[in-house]
Design a protein around this ligand. Structure first.
Ligand SMILES: [Zn+2]
Length: 120
């Protein structure tokens, strides 16, 4: 499946990047009609170049999605620049069953790349 971010999702990410001033982490949710939304995940790490999501934080997103009959389609996070995977991202993606989308603010708006998880 080819995953692309809808204009509304890109606009929301742009807003979130402006608010966060650091790294944005969110789950990309899709409803039955294909409409995307984002649920942000709080970062427990004090570092801006690292991310720790708590079990509780992740559970909140799963409940939010289940209540609204949304599918968790991908994990989205931002980089200060570039949309490639970092070494830590690579390790995380190896253990993931979801695609990871890396976003970065570019001159023409939000750039992003979809990284597929390893085949299971
Ligand atoms: Zn990263």
């Amino acid at each position: 499946m080819c995953l692309s971010l809808q204009p509304g999702t890109l606009a929301r990410l742009s807003e979130m990047l402006g608010e966060a001033g650091g790294e944005v982490w969110a789950a990309l949710l899709i409803d039955a009609s294909g409409r995307q939304s984002l649920a942000s995940l709080p970062n427990l790490s004090a570092r801006t170049d690292a991310f720790i999501v708590s079990r509780a934080g992740w559970q909140l997103v799963r409940t939010h999605a289940a209540d609204r009959r949304l599918r968790i389609a991908a994990l989205v996070h931002s980089h200060p620049r570039g949309t490639g995977l970092s070494r830590a991202d690579r390790k995380g993606l190896e253990r993931s069953t979801l695609p990871w989308i890396i976003v970065a603010a570019g001159p023409g708006g939000i750039d992003y790349a979809v990284h597929a998880p390893p085949p299971s």
